[in-house]
Design a protein around this ligand. Structure first.
Ligand code: CUA
Length: 294
C-alpha cells in the first residue's frame, strides 16, 4: 500500500506532466527526422536486396559455407537494424515536442538485462556456428595429395614457390635474398632440392585439387586476400601460416594485400590463375624444363 505522502507525490508528478508549456514547439523537426530515418532504412534494404555492391561468387566449397554464414548473420543483424531504426523513428515522432514538460525516466533494469542477454546469445551462437568454416580453412589439415605452394609477401609484392618434381622445397638462406639477381626468396644455390623450385610472381593453381598455401612474410605484416576464395590471412614475419582449400572454378582472380604495409601497399597485388589439371601439369613441366636448362 502506498502511503499518503507517496500518493501526493505521484499526483503532483502527474500534474506536472500534463502541465503545458506556454507554447508547444513545431512538429516539423520530429517529422522530418522520422522521414529521414525511414528513407535511410528503405534505401539500405534496397541496396542489399538488389545486391548492387555485392561480392563475386565464391570458388571454393568453404567459400559457400562462409557465404551461408555471412547471409545468416546479415539477416539477423538486418532484422535488428530495421526494428531498431523504425522504433527510433516512431519514438522521435511519438515523443515530439507537444508542449508537455519533460520528465525524468529512470530506465528499466529488466529491459537492460533482457536485451544484453539476447545480444550475447545471438552473437555467441553465430560465432560458434561460424567456427566450423573458419576451422576448416585453418585447422582442417591438408588432404593427401594436396599441392603445397609457399606464398611470401615482401614490400611490395607477392612471390610464389612450388616444389620440384620430387615434391621438395629447397633450403632458404636469408643472406641469399636478392631480387636483383633473380633470387627474391633466397634459395640456397648449393641445395639440390631447391634447384627445380619454381618461383613466380603469379599464383597458378589446378582446379579441383586440394591446395595448401604456406603464407610467410620477409619484412612486415602483409595480408593475403582473394575475394573469390573468401580467404584473408595475415602474412607474419617469422611464421609459416597454412591455409587449405580446393578451387572449383577455372579463371583469373586478383590477389591483394590487405594490411597497410607501407607506402607501396596500394599496388601490392598479383593474380591467381586457376587452370585445368592438364594445363597446370603442362605449366609445371614447362617451368621445370626451363629451370633444368639454367
Ligand atoms: Cu603488403 Cu599491404
Amino acid at each position: 500500500m502506498a502511503t499518503n505522502e507517496e500518493l501526493k507525490a505521484r499526483r503532483s508528478r502527474a500534474k506536472a506532466m500534463v502541465l503545458r508549456k506556454s507554447s508547444a514547439g513545431s512538429a516539423v523537426p520530429a517529422v522530418m527526422f522520422a522521414i529521414v530515418i525511414g528513407v535511410l532504412v528503405a534505401s539500405t534494404l534496397f541496396l542489399h536486396f538488389d545486391h548492387i555492391w555485392w561480392f563475386p561468387p565464391a570458388i571454393t566449397p568453404v567459400g559457400h559455407q562462409i557465404d551461408h554464414q555471412f547471409l545468416l548473420t546479415f539477416i539477423v543483424t538486418g532484422i535488428v537494424f530495421v526494428l531498431a531504426q523504425l522504433t527510433l523513428a516512431w519514438m522521435v515522432f511519438r515523443y515530439r515536442d507537444q508542449g508537455h514538460k519533460a520528465h525524468f525516466v529512470r530506465g528499466s533494469h529488466v529491459l537492460e538485462v533482457a536485451w544484453t542477454t539476447i545480444t550475447l546469445v545471438i552473437f555467441v551462437s553465430l560465432g560458434v556456428m561460424a567456427a566450423h568454416a573458419w576451422g576448416e580453412v585453418h585447422f582442417g589439415g591438408p588432404a593427401p595429395g594436396a599441392l603445397q605452394v609457399e606464398v611470401t609477401g615482401v614490400q611490395f609484392q607477392w612471390n610464389f614457390r612450388y616444389p620440384g618434381p620430387d615434391g621438395k622445397f629447397g633450403r632458404i638462406v636469408p643472406a641469399d635474398i636478392d631480387a636483383s639477381v633473380g633470387n627474391p626468396l633466397g634459395l640456397d644455390p648449393n641445395d639440390p632440392e631447391g634447384k627445380l623450385n619454381i618461383v613466380t610472381p603469379s599464383l597458378y593453381l589446378p582446379v579441383n585439387r586440394p591446395i595448401v598455401l604456406m603464407i610467410r612474410s620477409q619484412d612486415v605484416i602483409h595480408s593475403f586476400f582473394v575475394r573469390e576464395l573468401r580467404i584473408k590471412q595475415d602474412a607474419v614475419p617469422g611464421l609459416v601460416i597454412p591455409v587449405h582449400f580446393t578451387v572449383n572454378k577455372i579463371g583469373t582472380y586478383e590477389i591483394t594485400c590487405n594490411q597497410l604495409c607501407g607506402l607501396g601497399h596500394y599496388h601490392m597485388h598479383a593474380f591467381l590463375h586457376v587452370l585445368s589439371q592438364a594445363d597446370f601439369a603442362q605449366w609445371e613441366k614447362k617451368q621445370w624444363a626451363s629451370l633444368s636448362t639454367q
